[in-house]
Design a protein around this ligand. Structure first.
Ligand SMILES: [Zn+2]
Length: 332
């Protein structure tokens, strides 16, 4: 290689490392000029918008509530410049330090804290996180979810300051999702709870953050390292909506590896349910409860409830919100 060529290659690599991820300025926040330059960056905080893309982007931009927003198609939007403070974490504490906005980057991901995200979105989050980690020299366990750092003030149910104010971004603490994001470690314990600065206000959340609860495993399939050619996952943004290739038979002894392309799409509509072989078994009425209809299967992941075009898996349905008119679907 000539010296000139060598310099050209290095010159090309440096900017690639710093700006490998493409992002749009379409929703850049008008709040930017009024936000302080952040003094340090110790965490990347992942959020879920709990709302569709358009309304989320408008709100985030208007209020300057994140540095980036990643849509389901994998489009990344810059909201607040990454060297400024964005107001994304609210009442928050990590390792005894309050106001996490002052030392973190916030990424909003369009979607819900307990629902899987499509591969294109996961890939975009993974690339953005990788770039920011490199930029700010952060380790895998410095990538946390909003629910790791948010805390609540005393209220009717909690006597003291407590962790568990929200479940925002909760899925990003689950091992199967972290594997998709190339994150090998996560925070091992909650130092604020350990030091009694906070109490545990949400036992289930605590199990997700620090235990091995992983309700996403079923969607991010584990397949053998070398799938047969016909089992190659389909590609493209929308392929996750279709049916999925079945994992290869169990005979392969090789250590399984998680592959992003094998995402198993949950049904999003009545049409999806029908296409995936689900049958409506009945409708909840004043006299017919869900457990009368489907017994112990009422809260299983492969039981679905539908109402007003919404599809709710049984394992996330809130029993107090099962209402009259909800249809229940099972796979025959
Ligand atoms: Zn959040």
């Amino acid at each position: 290689m000539t010296k000139a060529l060598g310099i050209a290659v290095v010159a090309c690599l440096v900017p690639c490392i710093l700006c490998a991820v493409e992002a749009s300025n379409r929703y850049r926040s008008p709040r930017n000029p009024e936000r302080k330059i952040r003094q340090s960056t110790e965490l990347i905080v992942l959020h879920t918008t709990e709302a569709p893309a358009k309304s989320s982007l408008n709100k985030l931009s208007e209020r300057g509530e994140a540095h980036f927003c990643v849509t389901e198609e994998g489009q990344i939007y810059r909201i607040v410049d990454r060297d400024r403070e964005a107001f994304h974490a609210g009442r928050s504490m990590w390792n005894g330090k309050e106001d996490v906005d002052k030392f973190s980057i916030g990424i909003e991901c369009v979607g819900y804290h307990d629902k899987p995200m499509p591969p294109a979105q996961i890939a975009a989050i993974r690339d953005l996180v990788a770039e920011l980690k490199a930029m700010y020299r952060l380790g895998d366990s410095q990538v946390v979810c909003h629910s790791h750092v948010a805390y609540g003030a005393p209220n009717k149910w909690q006597k003291r300051n407590h962790r568990g104010r929200k479940r925002c971004g909760m899925l990003f603490a689950m091992p199967s999702v972290r594997a998709q994001l190339n994150l090998k470690t996560k925070p091992k314990l909650d130092r604020d709870v350990q030091a009694r600065r906070l109490t545990v206000g949400d036992e289930y959340l605590s199990k997700v953050l620090y235990g091995n609860v992983d309700t996403m495993r079923q969607y991010y399939a584990v397949i053998p390292r070398k799938p047969a050619p016909k089992e190659e996952p389909r590609r493209g943004i929308f392929s996750w909506l279709g049916s999925n290739p079945k994992p290869a038979a169990k005979k392969t002894p090789a250590k399984p590896k998680t592959v992003a392309g094998t995402f198993k799409a949950p049904p999003q509509s009545v049409a999806d349910l029908k296409a995936q072989g689900f049958k409506q078994v009945g409708v909840v009425t004043k006299d017919v409860t869900a457990s009368k209809l489907v017994g112990a299967r009422w809260n299983r992941a492969d039981t679905y409830y539908t109402i007003r075009n919404k599809v709710i898996p049984g394992n996330t349905v809130n029993p107090s919100k099962i209402e009259i008119g909800m249809a229940i679907w099972l796979k025959k």
